[in-house]
Ligand binder design. Structure first.
Ligand SMILES: [Fe+2]
Length: 283
């Protein structure tokens, strides 16, 4: 069962797409459209509904928040159909030049992103009515970029937020960078958080603060337990945070897990203290 929903907020139209391989989609993703500008392009498994949506939109330019396949999945399609530039961070350009490998669960949930030529981001992305400033916000991925529309108080946040209480990290996510990126956007004025998975139309900045508080608290607990001599397996069992769905961990073959989140939280302090440490990982 697939999901395809259209919603709007002021001038912004946004679309929620989910692909159900068996039954309901495990996750959905959102892409946004405002004043001729498309932000992200959904997953390739939803190429047909995506084409149906964009054929009725006047698109001048496309922005990518990062290279992940649920954001860049149809970038090649829209570029060809509308003959427009797709803009992204320099690392997004590199990733999408030749395409990138994904894991079996990503094939099932999202599908592969075809290679596409991505152009470097201008300092400001202008439409007739709006202006968006790119903000490099790594952590979730090295190339992650959010876009601020200052006059409207909109932040197109890609996967910077996701939830106030994160339960998993991907193997390549970096805890310390995530904290810095959250702090970076908290210095800005915005209220609407156009997240790719859980849009927050009001109090978006508060939501980002909640996530930062949660992660700092998490980091504090992890380090306190580590100092008592606990290894990652033991830390996992003693944390007060709610555990996420085990299905996600099994399906991703461990690529997405609480273990990665703990390890990265420990490594954050390591780099600050400038000494080497390799925590023991138990699955
Ligand atoms: Fe992502």
């Amino acid at each position: 069962m697939n999901i395809c929903k259209k919603k709007s907020f002021h001038d912004v139209q946004y679309f929620e797409l989910g692909y159900g391989w068996v039954g309901k989609p495990l996750m959905t993703t959102h892409f946004y459209y405002v004043d001729g500008l498309l932000i992200d392009t959904a997953q390739s498994h939803m190429k047909k509904p995506f084409i149906q949506i964009i054929k009725n939109l006047h698109i001048d330019q496309v922005l990518l928040t990062h290279h992940h396949e649920d954001h860049s999945g149809n970038a090649a399609v829209v570029k060809k159909m509308k003959d427009v530039c797709v803009y992204g961070h320099s690392l997004t350009i590199e990733k999408l030049k030749r395409g990138f490998k994904i894991l079996p669960y990503q094939h099932i949930v999202w599908g592969t992103a075809q290679p596409v030529k991505v152009d470097p981001l201008p300092h400001k992305i202008e439409t007739d009515k709006y202006g968006l400033i790119p903000l490099h916000t790594p952590g979730h991925s090295k190339d992650h970029t959010a876009y601020l529309e200052k006059s409207q108080g909109w932040l197109f946040a890609g996967d910077l937020y996701l939830s106030s209480q994160i339960k998993f990290f991907r193997a390549d996510e970096v805890f310390g960078d995530t904290l810095q990126s959250l702090r970076k956007v908290l210095r800005l004025d915005f209220d609407t958080l156009f997240c790719a998975h859980r849009p927050q139309l009001k109090n978006g900045k508060k939501k980002i603060q909640e996530k930062l508080n949660f992660l700092c608290d998490f980091q504090g607990q992890v380090h306190a337990l580590h100092q008592k001599g606990c290894d990652i397996g033991s830390i996992k069992n003693q944390l007060s945070v709610k555990r996420g769905k085990k299905l996600m961990v099994y399906m991703s073959l461990g690529n997405v897990s609480l273990t990665h989140m703990i390890r990265s939280a420990l490594q954050t302090q390591v780099s600050n203290l400038h000494y080497q440490f390799s925590p023991k990982i138990s699955k």
